[in-house]
Design a binder for this molecule. Structure first.
Ligand code: MSP
Length: 511
């Protein structure tokens, strides 16, 4: 099966911050899970380079927009490398391929009689690149997200006939699973029920954009341009990209994963544009919550961002991944707190999972000649086998529903139960009596086997830690064999050598 997933195409007004890394890490984890499950995955990311916000940023820095964008785009690419993001397509909206897709799309929409010239008046947030419906009437009209003054605009623009698609959009957004989570779906249903208004898709005062083919003094509105990046990303390897090839290239996407701030664009404007161009619609739009710091959205414009590179160099990829993926439920907001971060990494990864592996491997080496015990003798204690099989089943179900935090908690619970099992069985006491050797051998085998499954389940979430666990168990993972098959209980080889244990994760100190 093929599976196509996208991150938003990030604005290049600044380098990536933890918010953009958050969305990308979630997509990366889902993409890894789907690949391991045997799907052919196309994971799309990229940058959104046009528009007033970028034009102004480049002007302020006194550089040409294109060379400014080149610089930031390279920083994004470097970041995705540093974070080991397994994307397959990286699209830049300033690319030639993208421009030709936008032009072709515009011609289709025009042919559907969905474009007309009109006058756009209203309050605009340059940070959101969006007109605000009803800004409060106070003298300081500010964008609630960016806390910056809105700007009054009154100009001739081309409009897209969004209103024509009212009933089709109503039907679409009511389809179960199209918008998730449910609260976001309800917000959009309520927004659409108020009546869709046509929106302007061109600008006359923005030179940094794609020129509208037949209206040369206009450039495309940045959102009309950027959303098409998802389609042009699929044509990246083609000499003559064309919309008619998009279906064979992977369109429509299975899931657009975005922050809740840009849900309307993805769940309403974008599907209507696609309907107008007679293209297939994305299967799902998932609007996740914000990362906050002291309750405020973390954002470039607000200046309260955490430097992801600092976190990366201080704690490493997997610690940050665990915190963001396990501690924040996808869809809810999550506050980044330093103390909680340290506590979670130490408790979950170092104590619960790391110590379990370390002490069991040490016991096994000590009592069974540096090896996994031979438990070919009757092992009728299936407590952990039952736990593990249930955990695998739950984990896969949660991941398929994009409930990554629940999937991560399943792993943690398996580790907690395995620790409990070990503590109850007390093999260190049993071993004192030689006649218990088969019993001890079974107990240790069961715990090591459960740890192997824990390591495998961690692969999409914490790829590095997973590999370290595998190494400590004698490098059993084989990427030529189906990952799901390797999750079957009992695959740990009897009598295989165990390397000298070393901690898989260092404990963190408070600042
Ligand atoms: N360029 C548009 C998207 C166009 S998609 C065709 C854009 N870019 S952005 O750089 O502002 O990125 C927005 C996305 O970054 C959010 O939707 C979200 O995925 C992510 N985040 C930005 N700040 C965030 C937080 N504070 N918390 C979580 N995610 C955040 O909008």
């Amino acid at each position: 099966m093929s599976f196509v997933i996208t991150t938003p195409l990030y604005y290049v007004n600044d380098k990536p911050h933890l918010g953009s890394i958050y969305t990308t890490l979630i997509c990366d984890s889902i993409a890894r899970f789907k690949r391991l499950s045997g799907d052919h995955v196309i994971f799309i990311t990229g940058v959104d380079e046009h528009g007033l916000k970028i034009q102004r940023t480049a002007n302020d820095k006194k550089v040409e927009p294109q060379s400014y964008c080149d610089g930031i785009s390279n920083i994004f690419l470097q970041n995705w490398k540093n974070w080991d993001i397994t994307y397959n397509k990286y699209i830049r909206t300033s690319s030639q391929i993208h421009e030709s897709i936008v032009n072709e799309f515009y011609n289709r929409v025009k042919k559907s009689n969905d474009i007309y010239m009109g006058v756009q008046k209203g309050w605009y947030c340059v940070g959101c690149e969006e007109f605000k419906e009803n800004p409060d009437n106070s003298s300081s009209r500010k964008c609630p997200i960016h806390q910056k003054n809105l700007e009054w605009k009154n100009e001739e623009n081309l409009f897209f006939r969004l209103s024509k698609y009212q009933s089709q959009i109503e039907d679409l957004i009511k389809q179960p699973g199209f918008i998730e989570p449910i609260e976001r779906r309800n917000e959009i249903i309520s927004f659409v029920s108020k009546g869709l208004k046509d929106f302007s898709i061109s600008r006359t005062n923005v030179s940094w954009g794609i020129s509208v083919p037949d209206t040369q003094s206009h450039t495309f509105y940045v959102w009309f341009d950027a959303l098409l990046g998802y389609v042009s990303a699929l044509s990246l390897d083609m000499k003559n990209p064309s919309l008619k090839d998009s279906n064979t290239n992977g369109w429509p996407v299975d899931i657009h994963l975005i922050g809740k701030d840009i849900l309307r664009f993805h769940a309403v404007y974008w599907p209507a544009m696609l309907m107008s161009a007679e293209m297939m619609l994305p299967k799902k739009v998932f609007g996740h919550g914000f990362l906050t710091r002291e309750g405020q959205k973390m954002g470039k414009s607000l200046g309260n961002v955490l430097d992801p590179n600092l976190l990366l160099s201080k704690y490493g990829r997997d610690a940050v991944r665990w915190y963001l993926l396990k501690d924040i439920s996808l869809g809810s907001d999550g506050d980044f707190q330093n103390k909680r971060f340290v506590d979670i990494i130490n408790n979950d990864l170092a104590n619960t999972i790391g110590n379990l592996l370390n002490r069991t491997s040490s016991m096994s080496r000590k009592w069974f000649n540096n090896r996994v015990p031979n438990n070919e003798m009757l092992n009728d204690d299936n407590t952990l086998e039952i736990f593990s099989n249930k955990a695998v089943e739950n984990y896969i179900n949660y991941f398929n529903l994009f409930e990554i935090d629940s999937a991560a908690n399943v792993i943690l619970n398996l580790a907690i139960n395995t620790n409990l099992y070990l503590n109850e069985k007390q093999p260190w006491i049993l071993i004192k009596n030689e006649k218990n050797i088969n019993l001890v051998s079974n107990i240790i085998y069961n715990v090591l086997e459960s740890t192997r499954i824990i390591g495998l389940l961690l692969l999409p979430i914490l790829p590095e830690l997973s590999k370290k666990i595998d190494f400590q168990l004698g490098s059993l993972y084989n990427d030529k064999i189906s990952w799901k098959k390797q999750l079957d209980w009992g695959k740990l080889k009897h009598k295989s050598l165990l390397p000298v244990p070393s901690p898989i994760i260092e404990k963190l100190e408070y600042d």
